[in-house]
Design a protein around this ligand. Structure first.
Ligand code: FNR
Length: 188
């Protein structure tokens, strides 16, 4: 049974470097793990008045996708030293209903990619703070910060082998956390 992983990308940009990293992971992990990238384009702005049953369809789909996953990989750009509003908005929706979020207890790996040398590290800190608020199981090491992303892409595809190896090391930690949680090692 392959691991079921959910990928969220905080950038909606067609040529997103963050999405390129997720796409490279999806290819590298198959068939051992299935990484499904859930698009955040249709998630409406969070409004607590609308956070009732049934939730907006895109929100219901996001929550169900999280419920159906063994773990998640969240990739965010850094916008003005923080995570993108798109991602924060999606995480706020996913954090509800209060006490019943499918993020709670879910193993989550976070990564950031930026053309800057700093690689979006400040945004990643924010993502981790938000995930801590909802008690996700954050896989923190190695800290997956990718600087100079624009030099690591060719035709929009992640071509830098060292970067892929680096990120895959983080995914191993994520899968180990899933194993630990699901006692997969005992069943294997
Ligand atoms: C940026 N960018 C940026 N980069 C960074 O490292 N630190 C920052 O604070 C910011 N701030 C920022 C604000 C806004 C509004 C934009 C549009 C961009 C640059 C950003 O890292 C770059 O556009 C990335 O390519 C975005 O990620 P994707 O879309 O490639 O995944």
């Amino acid at each position: 049974q392959p691991y079921r992983l959910l990928g969220l990308c905080g950038s909606l940009r067609r040529a997103s470097g963050n999405r390129a990293v997720l796409l490279a992971l999806r290819a590298a992990l198959a068939p051992r793990a299935e990484l499904t990238i859930f698009p955040l384009d249709e998630i409406p702005p969070y409004n607590e008045d609308d956070d009732v049953a049934p939730p907006p369809p895109a929100v219901a789909a996001l929550r169900q996708a999280l419920a159906d996953s063994d773990g998640a990989i969240i990739a965010s750009p850094e916008y003005n030293h923080g995570m993108s509003g798109v991602l924060k908005n999606a995480l706020d929706w996913a954090s509800r209903p209060y006490g019943q979020s499918h993020l709670t207890g879910l193993p989550v790996l976070t990564l950031t990619a930026s053309p800057a040398f700093t690689g979006g590290v400040r945004a990643q800190q924010q993502v981790n703070e938000t995930l801590a608020a909802v008690q996700a199981r954050i896989v923190r090491r190695p800290q997956l910060v990718i600087g100079g992303i624009h030099e690591k892409l060719g035709e929009g595809v992640l071509t830098d082998a060292a970067t892929l190896r680096f990120v895959l090391a983080g995914v191993e930690d994520l899968l180990a956390e899933v194993d630990h949680l699901q006692h997969r090692h005992a069943l294997a």
